[in-house]
Design a protein around this ligand. Structure first.
Ligand SMILES: [Zn+2]
Length: 327
């Protein structure tokens, strides 16, 4: 492998923060004149099951919606237990947004307990699901093409709900949705360019639970995880030993922890395999407001940047200090 060539040719706008999506500017053709004609303040109460869906609903809905997430930043939806205040929030909602694909095993009971009878949008509706032995993999938001489908399903649900309450806000939501789709499409192009620039044999990493199957299929990175796609059970000693063996045989470029999982498992594998932990990925939840991965777009940028930096040790930048030998 010629690292000099790789280093010179390596182009990753995400590493420099030069992306169109990062600008965060909503280029809306919706005019100030239209703004003056529409009522101020939110007209729809939206409850989303977890932080990623809540962010997409805020991006698309803008000032027309007031969005809350049941499972908040850095929290694990797989093991979430709704409280009486969650029941009340759902009871007072105008629209409920779920991921579907059995991600929220608690949602049917919660809806029933709340007496909510309004619309429920399943954000993943229409995506090509990834089938595993235990059923469909729910982590579909980890591909931006799926994220675009999520945004469109949410747009359609918001427009339908607003049409009955405040038709004047519909054009605003349509314009915001179109601008958001452009940002996601730009990030998709940047993500592909960054990962395609790495040699295929470097694109293998170890993470805590199998949350990146859609990312893997979309962008060509192999993820090895000691846990299945739910965090509800402890990995077997045998599964841990297998991962350590795979890591030792240098089939992985990096070990990465996840924001929602106990890092001790990955730290143990790193210790036993003699590898370093190469950073933190956001899998099933955003980070708190004002921090590095507090929106879906920023979460995706952070993950791609972290993965590319970890996988490119020995290829770009850190080549001289780390070498390309198994560590
Ligand atoms: Zn998960």
């Amino acid at each position: 492998m010629n690292f000099e060539v790789n280093r010179r040719d390596f182009q990753c706008r995400l590493l420099c923060g030069l992306t169109a999506a990062a600008a965060g500017t909503v280029l809306t053709p919706w005019s100030a004149a239209q703004a003056a004609e529409t009522p101020a303040g939110p007209v729809l109460k939206v409850v989303a099951t977890f932080s990623v869906l809540a962010d997409i609903a805020r991006e698309v809905g803008g000032p027309a919606v007031e969005v809350t997430a049941l499972v908040g930043p850095n929290a694990d939806a797989h093991v979430f237990e709704p409280t009486p205040s969650d029941v009340r929030r759902v009871a007072h909602a105008d629209l409920v947004i779920t991921n579907g694909l059995r991600f929220e095993g608690w949602i049917d009971r919660l809806i029933a307990a709340s007496g909510y009878r309004g619309p429920i949008v399943v954000a993943s509706r229409g995506i090509a699901t990834r089938q595993l032995s235990g059923g469909a993999d729910p982590h579909a938001w980890q591909s931006l093409a799926n994220g675009q489908r999520y945004a469109d399903n949410i747009r359609a649900a918001l427009v339908a709900a607003l049409a009955g309450k405040s038709p004047a806000r519909v054009a605003e939501v349509e314009a915001r949705a179109a601008a958001y789709q452009q940002r996601l499409a730009a990030l998709e192009r940047d993500t592909r360019a960054c990962i395609d620039a790495l040699p295929a044999e470097r694109r293998r990493v170890i993470t805590s639970h199998d949350a990146f199957g859609y990312f893997s299929a979309a962008y060509g990175v192999t993820f090895i995880a000691p846990r299945g796609w739910t965090t509800g059970s402890e990995p077997s000693a045998e599964a841990v030993a297998r991962i350590v063996r795979q890591a030792r045989e240098s089939k992985a470029s990096a070990l990465l922890v996840e924001n929602i999982s106990d890092p001790r498992l990955i730290e143990r594998i790193a210790r036993e395999a003699g590898l370093k932990v190469g950073g933190e990925l956001y899998s099933d939840a955003l980070s708190p407001p004002g921090t590095e991965a507090d929106t879906y777009v920023r979460m995706f940028e952070h993950n791609v940047r972290t993965l590319v930096e970890a996988m490119s040790v020995g290829v770009v930048g850190k080549a001289s200090e780390a070498g390309d030998k198994p560590r």
